[in-house]
Design a protein around this ligand. Structure first.
Ligand SMILES: [Zn+2]
Length: 75
C-alpha cells in the first residue's frame, strides 16, 4: 500500500457564504447582513412549515382515532 502525499496549494483560509457562496473570512458565516437575513428567513419558514406538518399529522391521527373509535362503538 502506498501513501502518496498530496501537496495541495494551501489557499488562504476562508469559508463560503451559506446563502450565496461568496468567499468570506473563516470567522464569518455570511458575506453580508442581507445574506444573514435571508438565511434566518428561510430557517424560520422551514420551522413554520415543519410545525404545520406536525399539526397536519396530529389532525390525521386524531381523525383516524375518532374514526376507529366510532367504528368500534357502532360496530
Ligand atoms: Zn452572501
Amino acid at each position: 500500500m502506498s501513501s502518496r502525499k498530496s501537496v495541495k496549494p494551501r489557499l488562504v483560509d476562508h469559508r463560503h457564504c451559506r446563502v450565496c457562496g461568496k468567499a468570506i473570512p473563516p470567522k464569518e458565516e455570511f458575506c453580508s447582513p442581507e445574506c444573514r437575513g435571508k438565511f434566518e428567513e428561510a430557517r424560520e419558514r422551514e420551522r413554520k412549515a415543519r410545525r404545520m406538518l406536525y399539526i397536519f399529522y396530529g389532525l390525521i391521527m386524531a381523525s383516524l382515532l375518532i374514526f376507529l373509535l366510532l367504528r368500534a362503538f357502532t360496530g
